[in-house]
Design a protein around this ligand. Structure first.
Ligand SMILES: Nc1c(NC[C@H](O)[C@H](O)[C@H](O)CO)[nH]c(=O)[nH]c1=O
Ligand SMILES: CC(=O)[C@@H](O)COP(=O)(O)O
Length: 224
């Protein structure tokens, strides 16, 4: 029997995680064993509806479900936690994109990053450093490097320091969205190691000063 269920109701039923089925004016929770086949039926913005082939009514949690096609989902008794490892780094390859602008700061960030890679046993020959003029240019290069398929992560380093005009906002926002879209479009993690500071002191403190080294922290994120 084919029923339809809206994405809104899928999101509200926390208990079964599968939502409620509305049929013949009645509403009942949908259990995973009820579903034989889940198939997208239409794509209107607010009601993303699915065609569900529903089996007999009994609801039993913790039963794995598979759907045809690429996507499948399962409801299992154990919760899986997937985390990155910073231990097994052998064979990991990284690119570092670093901005020359405010080089006295970005050099320190780069030093911190390379130090972290070394501490976590990443080999020098597995790291390529690419210099760009300013933080504004980081995104396009990170995107290209990500799409090359040569690296497991791209670490992006820059230092944007506020001046008198609104230029700061343009550069820092562009750097952030450039790095974000590089990661999204390449599918390779692009790590944001760009300082966005109100003044030089803030930058110095974060480039090996009293607030640590944000380049080193970003490198650990890349490894993870
Ligand atoms: N002011 C800062 C810049 N500005 C330069 C731009 O990033 C860019 O290179 C230029 O606009 C040409 O496209 N870059 C920084 O990294 N930090 C700054 O504080
Ligand atoms: C990041 C910047 O905006 C800075 O270098 C530019 O300074 P200003 O706003 O004084 O031109």
């Amino acid at each position: 029997m084919a029923l339809s269920v809206s994405i809104d109701s899928l999101l509200t039923n926390h208990q079964s995680q599968l939502g409620f089925v509305h049929h013949n004016g009645q509403s009942r929770p949908l259990g995973s064993n009820n579903i034989l086949h889940l198939q997208k039926a239409s794509k209107t913005p607010r009601s993303f509806s699915f065609l569900l082939s529903v089996q007999a009514s009994e609801i039993k949690p913790h039963v794995a479900v598979q759907s045809k096609g690429r996507s499948s989902f399962a409801q299992t008794a154990a919760v899986k936690h997937l985390t990155g490892s910073v231990i097994r780094t052998q064979g990991l390859r990284f690119a570092v994109v670093v901005a020359r602008f405010n080089e006295f700061i970005t050099k320190q960030l780069l030093e911190g990053a390379l130090g972290t890679f070394k501490n976590y046993s990443v080999q020098d020959e597995d790291i390529d450093v690419v210099w760009v003029p300013g933080s504004f240019e980081i995104g396009v290069v990170a995107d290209r490097l990500g799409k090359s398929g040569k690296y497991h992560a791209i670490l992006c380093i820059g230092a944007v320091i506020r001046g008198d005009t609104t230029h700061y906002d343009a550069v820092s926002n562009s750097a952030a969205s450039g790095v974000l879209s590089a990661g999204l479009s390449s599918g390779v993690p692009c790590i944001f190691g760009v300082l966005t500071c109100d003044n030089l002191d803030q930058a110095i403190n974060r480039a090996g000063g009293k607030s640590g080294n944000k380049g080193a922290e970003a490198a650990l994120t890349a490894v993870s």
